[in-house]
Design a protein around this ligand. Sequence first.
Ligand code: PEP
Ligand code: MN
Length: 338
Amino acid sequence: MIIVLKPEATEENVTHILEKTAALGLRANVSRGVARTIIGLIGPEDKLQVVPLEVFPGVEKVMPVLAPYKLVSREIRKEGSVITVKGDITIGGKKILVMAGPCAIEGYDMLLSIARKVKAAGCTALRAGAFKPRTSPYDFQGLGAEGLKMLAAVGQETGLATVTEVMDPRDVELVARHADVLQLGARNMQNFSLLKEVGKARKPVLLKRGISATIKEWLMSAEYVMANGNHDVILCERGIRTFETETRNTLDINAVAVVKLKSHLPVMVDPSHGTGRCALVGSVAKAGVAAGADGLIIEVHDNPEEAWSDGEQSLRPGQFEALMQELARVAQAVGREI
Ligand code: PEP
Ligand code: MN
């Protein structure tokens, strides 16, 4: 259920509604837009029958939200959400946020070297994994806590916002202390303990779509994070598993358009994992921007042939720089900027 308040509704009106609905055991989410305030109510809807919310001072209308996801739904918030990642670095507005960097942190010097190059190319956020979800237990698993320290230091040194994956609910606090954005990987999209834990964190969450997840399941996972108190959720389409073998995954460009329709949350595209091949990354990144993505996350490595993970889909800094220039032209063509 959502309660749309009149433009002239006061803080007192809001408090009054919140007190009444809290007494009924309903959880409220207050969304303060530029034009008006909307209150989302979560809980047993039958309790609402006993309270005529329509007659409360300041209320314009009361609407049931039909989608199974409530806080995520565009029904609750007509305009797209703009999320602050760090300082004045945001996602969801006119400017498209590009996050770039190595798949995994391999050391301080390599991270700093790549960070400086992606920054020079116009990028404002650095991606790099310290905890790596590898298919084989014998593959490199990431530098863990040591890697996080390197990421925080490079973030500080360059001013770039930092994005890194958290795989274990017990590490959320640690990762949140070192990084600006908590990445939830495709393999953990339905790890409900982890979703609840990042819901309690005060850092934005980058929620990747599960390898075989429907869009609805993905949005329900975002709802878990928001329902647990963290409203700063960024969705990321990173390709799904299909019958196609030419590419590592099939990047579902439809998903970008569907999410924009169904949700107010920003959505990104990951052309690196979406294709698995460096030769295809640029084309799919441009397609993502043309389809309305609010951000891109791209793997870049100084020496892809020696990378400890995902070298085959990593761009060299020079290729990334050239791509950024092409992306700027595509962005401009669709009324955005990079
Ligand atoms: C990654 O970003 O390096 C990663 C492991 O992504 P995904 O969870 O999409 O596979
Ligand atoms: Mn990777």
